[in-house]
Design a protein around this ligand. Structure first.
Ligand code: GLU
Length: 406
């Protein structure tokens, strides 16, 4: 099954419960625009290389489309279509006035020099400049892209259309119109959801947490959880994972990452593979890497009580059913990782109004948004006796359908 196919199956469950017709289902699922681009970049060795990229705008009924740009060797149109669709539901779940979009370039950014990375970033933004804009479609970071890349893309957009338009992209560095609190927003949103639902989910203080993936979301989540008294017992990155049931020293781990070393360089822990990490005896498992990690092949072996999806699409629909049946609570991506786009929205509002909000205000407003969203999703799940992904999709669909297509 493709990732977009999974996005479709998830939706089918929600639309069935809502009694939506086949036509209405097809209508809300199809993307408004799939912009495929290819662009040439001058490489350090003097040769020209052509890169393929895509920007998908899924649904703009509730406002301009919004979503990150991914740089990863596995990026393809199918994946970006799924990710754009999920952005529509995500923005609706946290009730921000955006629809869903997503972009990607098929490239391994780790293999590029800094100059090449800058030229790829600018090349892609120049290619999609005609279809994005502060009131139309607003990109942001995603897997493999950073605040610095957002600044390069802003430069490319300004050069393409003239003037200065900081609201065309979010996740920028502070000095280029970025927002305080955007850097850890994805993790913080998930952390707020977990704390808010802790009582209902019987999660005790000092609960153990395993995190798959140690990029932006994984690192900040580990830090927030450790500071709040949770016990982070396992983390992994592309080099593999580490596990110590007594708890890991998160500060030390962050230092290893800052020195651009690998997680497996951490001593005083047992080595585990990325797959083994998913099956550890923990209270909370937070997949924070890529799609399709928990599948029908391993869902049965997941021992966590709660799966908090910081990644987009880490659990397949078949795995969802297996987890639901055995009582594992999945806090779905479109709720659990919506903190990132929520603070992106705050950044965009600040840009459009030429304002700068203090960090406390960002945290307060983010917390309020996440609590409201978590409550709405939880209530919907109880009402329809269904798992929280379907519940979240129902909350989102109600709002998206009420808006209709633009
Ligand atoms: N890429 C992030 C996500 O998947 C953030 C998107 C944004 O800030 O627009 O939610």
């Amino acid at each position: 099954m493709t990732t977009y196919g999974n996005a479709r199956i998830q939706m089918e469950k929600a639309t069935k419960l809502m009694g939506l017709s086949e036509e209405a289902f097809d209508e809300v699922l199809k993307p408004e625009n799939v912009e495929r681009v290819s662009f040439k970049v001058n490489m350090d060795n003097g040769s020209d290389q052509t890169f393929e990229g895509v920007r998908v705008q899924h649904h703009s009924g509730r406002g301009p489309t919004k979503g990150g740009i991914r740089f990863h060797p596995q990026v393809d149109v199918d994946e970006v279509m799924a990710l754009a669709t999920w952005m529509t539901w995500k923005c609706a779940v946290v009730n921000i006035p955006f629809g869903g979009g997503k972009g990607g370039v098929t490239v391994n950014p780790k293999l590029l020099s800094k100059g090449e990375l800058e030229r790829v970033s600018k090349g892609f933004m120049t290619a999609i400049a005609p279809v994005v804009g502060p009131d139309r479609d607003i990109p942001a970071p995603d897997v493999g892209t950073t605040a610095e890349i957002m600044a390069w893309m802003l430069d490319a957009y300004n050069a393409a259309v003239g003037g200065n338009h900081p609201g065309v992209i979010t996740g920028k560095p502070i000095e280029r119109g970025g927002s305080y609190g955007r850097d850890d927003a994805t993790a913080r949103g998930g952390f707020y959801v977990l704390n808010y639902l802790a009582k209902s989910l019987n999660l005790l203080p000092g609960a153990s947490i395993a995190i798959q993936g140690f990029g932006n979301a994984g690192q900040h989540f580990a830090e927030l959880c450790a500071n709040a008294g949770y016990k982070v017992v396992a983390v992994s990155d592309t080099s593999g994972g580490i596990y110590n049931p007594k708890g890991l020293d998160v500060e030390k781990l962050l230092k290893i990452k800052q020195e651009t070393r690998m997680i497996v360089d951490y001593e005083d822990a047992q080595k585990v593979t990325n797959e083994e990490l998913l099956e550890l005896e923990v209270d909370v498992l937070a997949p924070a890497a890529l799609e399709n990690q928990i599948t029908r092949d391993n869902a049965d072996k997941v021992k966590a009580k709660i799966v908090l999806e910081l990644a987009n699409g880490p659990t397949t629909p078949e795995a969802d059913e297996i987890l639901f049946k055995k009582g594992t609570v999945v806090l779905p991506d479109i709720l659990a990782n919506a903190g990132g786009v929520t603070v992106s929205y705050f950044e965009w509002v600040q840009n459009q109004r030429n304002e700068r909000w203090p960090l406390e205000r960002i945290h307060e407003q983010l917390e309020e948004k996440m609590h409201k969203a978590a409550q709405a999703v939880y209530d919907m799940g109880v009402k329809h006796k269904t798992h929280l992904r379907t519940a979240a999709l129902m909350v989102a669909l109600e709002r998206v359908l009420a808006a209709g297509r633009k």
